[in-house]
Design a binder for this molecule. Structure first.
Ligand code: FAD
Ligand code: SF4
Length: 510
């Protein structure tokens, strides 16, 4: 071979133009490396899913007649680092050209750029042909503007890509149906079981042990349930359109002790690894909507499409506009450590116990659990965003930095001072009780702010606003909270702040 082409673990795009025809002068390389298992401690299901998906993809390429060199983690030739492995391969195979697909993570982008700078042979980077937008496209769209507004960007994307449009107007007459999409799940019999696959993955676990890869979380060696191939991914997508889409929007923000997935699609790993493209997901959802001839409401469909065409592309845009500084932002100057029970679920707070245990069991939590339970509490407890980021980047099957960091540091922790979100996502027990059945079985009392068994969210909530008055008092979306706070009698305010202080001192015991 004359050309070496690198495919990273999250670049498994079957439809990429690279693979349209075979060419004997090209060698594709894919590798499992300690560099990737070790940059943060990962959930064991996340590592397993990526390795399985990569192996499956390499097999698919070979079946189509492409030349593939696949380095398993325990291969004796594996030097466990990207530049070292690549240099070795280039020498041994007398390669004349090196080509790679643009990485989505800053870390890998930098590493590959610097590798290519020192290379004696020609090198070239290609688009992954996955996203709707180019890396810089969103930043260009907002050029000269002080802040990035997701809603403005989303409308632009709807028009530009003609998604759910009726001429120049949004289909159904409205851009956003959020108001209809905020129901609690009171009748679990509406739910469908999640689409599961059963794989024996003992060999992968043995390899991780042999190679001393650190990981956490649970896994069933005989029944690995996540979809890891394109064929399985398409089944998950079909299942979503047929069974879950009709209720997706309505219960998008609902949480339930017994049900982890509700009406969520579980497509994030499949899209983030590029096994499925966002365009094909959206096209399929719209096709299902049209075929249902009025049986699926537009609010369900729009709510879903906004997440992918809007939020997902928006987060990518923020990442490329603001990295590398973004990863260090801590605008609220939060310094505390993450409570220990984030790693075990062992807390008396029922909402956190469920959201964390479920994450450890499935490497999954849906958006509102991430934002309004685990994220909300970390923010109210003034946890350092570095620790929060590390947790989110490790625990979820879909966690890749380009999408994890703007969601965590930005939307959830407000550590970017309001680039992603225009207000902090905090709440007291009120919201949690409204959207879930968590409070019913809780050790703490949702309606108490102070005293024995008072729900910690309540005092920490007011403590947060009080502490950050200078930053939020003039923010139109939340300044009403200061009017409510200031109207409370002085003794009540003092008691609430004292309660918060007590809880902050003993976070590990909550
Ligand atoms: P569904 O609810 O079915 O939504 C459909 C799709 O929309 C998702 O698959 C996803 O691709 C996209 N989507 C939805 N919300 C967002 C969002 N806020 N940003 C980007 N895409 C979105 N998503 C990740 O893919 N990786 C992460 O590492 C990640 N970290 C997060 C951290 C925090 C603190 C928060 C609040 C959210 C995070 N999200 C992340 C976004 C979202 O929670 C997940 O995409 C979603 O829960 C995945 O489950 P699903 O596929 O069933 O999603
Ligand atoms: Fe969570 Fe408070 Fe409700 Fe308990 S009472 S589940 S801690 S919000």
């Amino acid at each position: 071979p004359q050309t070496l082409r690198l495919i990273l673990g999250d670049q498994l795009n079957h439809k990429h133009s690279w693979f349209a025809k075979t060419d004997d002068s090209i060698l594709y390389v894919m590798m499992e490396m300690k560099q990737e298992t070790g940059y943060v401690m990962h959930h064991v299901q996340k590592i397993t899913a990526f390795f399985l998906a990569m192996r499956e993809f390499a097999g698919w390429l070979e079946e189509r007649g492409h030349q593939v060199l696949y380095l398993k983690l325990d291969d004796s030739k594996n030097k466990q680092s990207l530049p070292e492995n690549l240099s070795g391969l280039i020498d041994v195979n007398e390669i004349q050209k090196f080509q790679y697909l643009l990485p989505d993570e800053y870390r890998l982008d930098k590493q590959l750029k610097s590798f290519c700078k020192d290379l004696k042979i020609e090198s070239q980077a290609y688009d992954t042909e996955h996203f709707f937008t180019q890396r810089e496209e969103m930043a260009d769209f907002f050029k000269g503007k002080k802040s990035f507004l997701m809603e403005t960007f989303y409308r632009h994307m709807r028009k530009k890509h003609e998604v759910l449009m009726d001429g120049g107007e949004p289909e159904g007459g409205k851009w956003n149906y959020d108001q209809l999409n905020r129901k609690k799940l009171t009748d679990p019999s509406l739910l469908q079981p999640p689409k599961r696959f059963r794989k024996n993955i003992q060999d992968v676990l043995d390899m991780l042990e042999k190679m001393e890869v650190k990981h956490f979380g649970e896994i069933d060696p005989e029944n690995f349930a996540w979809a890891i191939s394109r064929a399985e991914g398409l089944k998950v997508l079909n299942y979503f359109c047929e069974e879950l889409l009709p209720n997706f929007g309505t219960f998008q923000d609902a949480m339930h002790t017994e049900h982890a997935f509700l009406f969520h699609s579980r497509l994030s790993f499949l899209m983030n690894s590029k096994l499925l493209s966002p365009k094909e997901v959206i096209d399929k959802v719209i096709e299902a909507y049209h075929q249902a001839k009025g049986k699926i409401e537009i609010s369900q469909v729009e709510g879903f499409i906004r997440q992918i065409l809007g939020w997902r592309e928006f987060m990518r845009g923020v990442y490329w506009a603001k990295m590398p500084d973004y990863a260090k932002l801590n605008k609220l100057n939060h310094r505390r450590s993450l409570p220990k029970w984030y790693w075990s679920g062992d807390t008396k707070m029922n909402c956190l116990r469920h959201a964390i245990s479920q994450s450890l069991t499935h490497a999954y939590a849906h958006h509102i659990q991430r934002l309004m339970i685990t994220g909300n509490f970390a923010l109210l407890a003034n946890v350092h965003p570095n620790e929060v980021d590390e947790w989110y980047l490790g625990i979820y099957i879909d966690a890749i930095e380009w999408v994890e960091i703007p969601n965590t540091r930005g939307m959830s922790q407000f550590a970017d001072g309001g680039i992603v979100g225009t207000k902090p996502y905090v709440s007291s027990a009120n919201y949690i009780a409204k959207m879930s059945n968590y409070c019913k079985g809780c050790h703490y009392s949702k309606s108490k702010k102070v005293g024995e068994k008072a729900c910690p969210f309540n005092s920490l909530y007011w403590n947060f606003y009080d502490r950050h008055r200078a930053l939020f008092e003039n923010n139109q979306r939340v300044n009403m909270m200061y009017r409510i706070w200031d109207k409370k009698p002085a003794e009540e305010r003092t008691a609430i702040l004292e309660q918060a202080e007590e809880y902050l001192k003993s976070l590990d015991q909550l």
